[in-house]
Design a protein. Structure first.
Lengths: 198, 198
DNA sequence: GATCGAATCAAACGGATGTTTCAAACGATT
DNA sequence: AATCGTTTGAAACATCCGTTTGATTCGATC
């Protein structure tokens, strides 16, 4: 769908049905015929993007028993799904936009993607921190790790301005996943040693 | 400025000059008279919000020599500036919006706020990690810490849906700052021990 | 090849938005 | 009190958008 790129670039309101249809080589009225209205097209784009964005990180880290290794695999898969420009990169942009400016579509996204992610990553973090860790600490650590990854989707324009020379090849994306995992594992190690003080 | 609230809630394009002017009790044409056009009003709002958002975290953590304590103070001040609803909370929303959908205003924001933040926090992180840490490690750690805090501004709608019962009082905001600092200090401690391996 | 539903197309409609216009009110200065 | 630059006010303007309409083409089925 070329509509996804336009929605991701311009936002829902700024995207015009005219631009989308001409860019897609279709007629203006085709949108309303096939999707009812503009909002219907938007929902279809989000659903399509969710499937086209590749496997969920939770699936890629499914069979790994060692939680520390699982975290590394999970972080790499997450960033791959978000950043790899061989996949429809507009999907993560659309998600970032939904978070800053929620519509009804956000509830669907939370149910389909975000909550599953949170539970899977929370389980990994809980396994690393050990049974003595409080649920609150697990939740906070899960959030800290998530934020480091989502940051790449939310603040990419800022990063491009701060560090214009940065590389975004598939290889360096993998390394970023390793870096997030390393930072987080370092934190979890210390926190585990100190115990569930929070 | 009531215009800031509207811009933060609806976004630039979705905000209508009519709604802003009626909500502000002013006439429709007043906007174009005082600010030239809608975009001029937007820039004025951003500049005004920057000043009204209170002191920069870098200033609040200026006189502290112990870098670990400086990090704690800095994190608390940062989240206070972002989350405290007694201050114009629309400023952080506007920033989040600019990052997802950059306009010319983002360059100004990077120069005025983001890069100073990055340099100050980077200095604190560098002091904690010690002179043996590579610049790359310092940069990554600074980014990880920043992301944990910015997450609250970017993903707040998601957090509200994931954990509806969460509290956002000034006191709990302070504690969130402590939590971010604790997680980050734990990571920095481990990384310092391992050395600049990255 | 005739038929009928689905899909496409150009054109137009109704509404909303940013901007302009021009007259009226204001306020300091003389 | 008269004057003149500044600010407000209501109304209109020009444009663009999402949607609808009705005619036309397409494609499978009999």
């Amino acid at each position: 769908m070329t509509a996804g790129e336009v929605f991701a670039r311009r936002g829902f309101r700024d995207s015009t049905v005219r631009e989308i249809s001409t860019l897609a080589g279709a007629n203006l009225a085709a949108v309303n015929y096939h999707f009812g209205d503009k909002k219907g097209l938007y929902h279809a784009v989000i659903a399509c993007g969710h499937e086209a964005a590749g496997p969920m990180p939770a699936d890629e880290a499914a069979g790994i028993s060692d939680p520390r290794e699982a975290l590394r695999v999970y972080c790499r898969a997450f960033l791959r799904r978000i950043l790899d420009h061989r996949k429809p990169e507009w999907h993560s942009k659309l998600m970032a936009r939904e978070m800053a400016e929620p519509t009804e579509a956000l509830d669907e996204m939370v149910k389909m993607m975000i909550r599953p992610h949170w539970e899977r990553l929370g389980a990994i973090v809980g396994a690393i921190l050990g049974p003595s860790a409080s649920p609150r600490l697990v939740r906070l650590a899960t959030q800290s790790i998530t934020s480091q990854m989502v940051f790449y989707a939310h603040a990419r324009p800022v990063l491009d301005r701060l560090f214009p020379a940065e590389e975004w090849s598939p290889a360096s994306i993998e390394r970023r996943g390793e870096d997030v995992a390393a930072f987080s594992l370092a934190a979890l190690d210390s926190l585990r040693r100190v115990g569930g003080k929070a």
